[in-house]
Design a protein around this ligand. Structure first.
Ligand code: UDP
Length: 327
């Protein structure tokens, strides 16, 4: 069977990707430091513990499994933290990725799938965010991801490393079969925090800023279901293995939801009110990030069928109430 090295396979998106890869007939080998991941989320293939900054360990794992491709999820991904401790983001996300890319090239890998982010676009007034939009990140997280995109472009030219770059919008929801789900420690994302507040696991959700230039004053985001997102990765991998070459794809639905709208939608799913308070803006947050591209649909044949807000909250809530989440 065709082996794919999945960095961050013990994390939220990586573990869902491993499940999708296995279902598609690939063997996903997880490479994860477990700094933010969970070993018991590695259920769909072998596990190798290691850090991206450990070149010798990476070489060992490439030699053992000889993967045909790499799917690179492992990264720090908190906007707020990246504004407070940017060095962490440059070291882990940029130096770690460079190390991985060099190890992959030296091991003869020709196909690389990379998790990038809509945070690379930054603030654009009245501009449709498609793959050609100028990347002007306003936080260190987005800057670190844009830097890795540049590294990949250079290695693509110089070393024939074909790469698919996915710029994610906001990922939410969980595996409908409940085998894996979202579990960050500490949690910083809107939907899980909202569910924790609903169930009394925290006193309240704080809305970060109510004075944005949006209809209700709160930030607008485009939410995509994690299962749809990882299906796009399988399609992107096949695209590369079919020799179609390097390409960038936005992964979003094109529908924007404000923080207040997400809160309102949750009532219909949980039948409970969200205890919330209004707080100041979080440093680094863009006003509005909504995809304006259908390239993934038209070129990859991607259909984000599960990405309704109702479904994402429903799937997240089911996972949220399982014992695993409460570890
Ligand atoms: N948000 C919020 N309170 C929270 C967490 C997030 O108001 O406790 C807002 C945040 O400011 C942003 C949106 O919810 O506008 C989504 O944030 P999240 O951290 O989930 O994802 P990001 O957009 O940073 O990738």
């Amino acid at each position: 069977m065709t082996t794919v090295l999945v960095t961050g396979g013990a994390g939220y998106i990586g573990s869902h990707a491993c499940k999708a890869l296995k279902a598609a007939g690939f063997t996903p080998v997880t490479y994860d430091s477990l700094i933010t991941g969970w070993e018991d989320a590695v259920k769909f293939g072998p596990f190798e513990k290691g850090d991206l900054l450990d070149r010798a360990r990476l070489d060992e794992v490439f030699a053992t499994y000889q993967p045909v491709a790499v799917m690179h999820f492992a990264a720090l991904s908190q906007v707020g933290e990246s504004m407070k401790i940017p060095g962490l983001y440059w070291k882990n996300n940029v130096m770690g990725s460079l190390n991985l890319i060099e190890a992959a090239v030296d091991a003869g890998v020709k196909s690389f799938v990379f998790s990038s982010t809509c945070a690379t676009y930054g603030e654009h007034d009245n501009v449709v965010l498609d793959e050609m939009t100028e990347q002007l990140p306003i936080n260190a997280y987005g800057a670190s991801k844009r830097a890795v995109e540049d590294i990949l472009a250079n290695f693509g030219e110089a070393n024939g490393l074909d790469h698919v770059i996915f710029r994610y919008f906001n990922v939410a929801g969980g595996d409908p079969e409940g085998e894996v789900g979202e579990h960050h420690r500490p949690e910083t994302h809107l939907i899980p925090i909202m569910l924790e507040a609903i169930d009394g696991k925290r006193p309240a959700l704080t809305i970060f800023g109510t004075d944005y230039d949006t209809p209700d004053g709160t930030c607008i985001r485009d939410y995509v279901h994690v299962c749809d997102l990882v299906e796009a990765h399988v399609l992107g991998l096949k695209w590369l293995l079919d020799g179609k070459g390097s390409r960038v794809f936005n992964l979003g639905t094109g529908d924007g939801f404000s923080v207040r709208e997400v809160i309102d939608r949750s009532r219909a799913v949980t039948n409970k009110d969200v205890p919330y308070e209004e707080g100041p803006r979080r440093a680094g947050d863009c006003t509005k990030l909504v995809s304006g591209s259908t390239r993934a649909e038209s070129e990859l044949g991607w259909t984000p069928a599960r990405s309704t807000m109702q479904q994402m909250i429903e799937d997240a809530y089911r996972w949220h109430r399982t014992g695993h989440y409460n570890k």
